[in-house]
Design a protein around this ligand. Sequence first.
Ligand SMILES: [Cu+2]
Length: 694
Amino acid sequence: MALAGGALLVALWSGLARLGWTLPVPDDQFPLAHGPVMVIGFLGTLIGLERAVALGRSWPYAVPALAALSAVAALAGVSARLSALPAAVAALVMAAVFVLLYRQQPSAHFIVMTLSALAWVGGNVLWLGGSPIFRLVPWWAAFLVLMIAGERLELSRIRRPPARVRALFHVSVTALIAGILVSLFAFHFGLRLAGVGFVAIALWLIRYDLAWQSARQSGLPRFMGVCLIAGYFWLLAAGLLWIFFAQFFAAGLYYDAMLHAIFLGFVFSMIFAHAPIILPTVTGLALPFHNTFYLHAGLLHLSLFLRVAGDLGWRPALQRWGGMLNVLAVLLFLANNVRSILSVRPTTRSGAMKTTQRLAVVLPLILLLGCNRNSADQKTAANETPEAAAMSFPPAVPPPIARTKPAHVVVDLAVTEEERSLADGVTYEFWSYNGHTPGPFIRLRVGDTFEVRLDNSKGKLTHTVDFHAVTGPGGGAGALMTNPGEKSAATFKALNAGLFVYHCAAPPIPAHMANGLYGLVLVEPEKGLPKVDREYYVMQSEFYTEEEIGTPGLATFSSNKGYLEKPEYVVFNGHVQALTGTGSLQAKVGETARLYVGNIGPNLTSSFHVIGEIFDRVYREGSLADPESDVQTTVIPAGGAAIVDFKLQVPGDYALVDHSIFRTDRGALGILSATGNPVPAVFNSHKADAGSGH
Ligand SMILES: [Cu+2]
């Protein structure tokens, strides 16, 4: 119990540091431990403990013990793999606990809880395999949501819901599980499907759970009912966010909103509701309800609302303050509960005090442990509060930067080498940043200091990054050269505004670029760019394969064709048809669209053109100083970029092409679809009007 409490406090501390509050932290890895410590150290330990106590046997205590061990390991800076191992075993034991319970009493809610434990296994195994945290977060979210939903299903049995209602519940759970499974292969689609699952589970709970009945009573039942209902609405909000902002699920403000709507809004509402029941079962201490409990619950929802508003409105200061108040709400919750325990039972005071004392000892110990490890590396200077850089996957672009001052931002890049689809029936071993070719779009502001952390722990080869936005040797390639199994970091200043390419420059450089390691960085000028309605990220590249274009199966890299400059594929956004069909870009008539277009080459110059449009503004070669007007086709050199703005005047499909037109047959084709009413004054097809008799 003391360990779970200690983990909660450490997680809160690291959360604040993560939000950019200037706090003494042991080292720069500490804020990154926030997620694992909260989910495994606190929640995993707590849930495991609750079940072990209920079961009354000794072996289930392995769950909380191993979960706590994993959190301590993560904080002590042991490698991710070693921290993940005890967590994975803990999750397996938890699954065994629920299988056992199901065999004792075969009812559906134990199946749901077993699935929950298995989702936890899945997330921890991904962690063990070296996946970046954002990839396994959906699994951890499913673990907690299914666990809680299973417990509510257990309670709803009192009402004897009809088969149809139970079936609805199972369909919702299935959608969530399908979502996290699909996320292994199609990350964003899987996230959206999981989002649908969250929405469905939330609606089911809002409609059929006993919470409303409780809320109509008084005292503790009412408090619990209110907390539960508020939590369900946060789950609903989280599901909608996952559906609409899946593209941003890696870092940044939208990511913050998508995570905390679930982990704080939903999960902590449930904890607040159940604490007055669970804590007495686990500790044997009475915990009578007080009206002051509404204070911590109210503060949680208000502060989380502020935080999510800050996230979605792109107001980092609001998000930071909301986060600070979130922490205060949780501390107030702890204080209120301890006070309630102490208030009634003076005889057990010594016992309660012992728990508090133990907590007070464990927490500084854990902090000290981390501090000693790397105290020379305390570089969180008072005026530099690091925040996660705004990043998004193609074709999304993060919203404009609202800050009016330079900041210290962190760019997390992790290299993957994995087989994905290059064209219909054709796969290729892509080397990518953060699992995507092209890599994330990174949005900075001129004067920003950006700290790049390159994680090559999964790679089989040495990789690095050369940022064209960096002034200095190799654009940072030497500083960031990272061997397989290692990580590195370097800090740069964004001196010049503009749209810049970044790419791998590990030898042999051509292969590293041809295989997919590239992306774009926008460095906004002080006053930002003129506002537009839609922004999209498009990047052209070539693929050189031994096999002729379209040959089914795994295509292999041909350096020979690279030297001859004879690509088999020329594509936008990493593969054939990334920007057609369901991938088409969308806009409405009357809106102005902006495309950030990069071209990595590695060999060819692009003659970028949008069929049926004239670019109202072109920021040639990525220079923001002096855009030109009324351009039909703009040249984008290999290793260069351009920004094009155009107003959609007439509805229809507009094709993005490289006007070296044979390349459209090799894949260089995208669609921007404009919807709206016809504007005959601008464009009138007389052929279509043939029957109208004018
Ligand atoms: Cu590389």
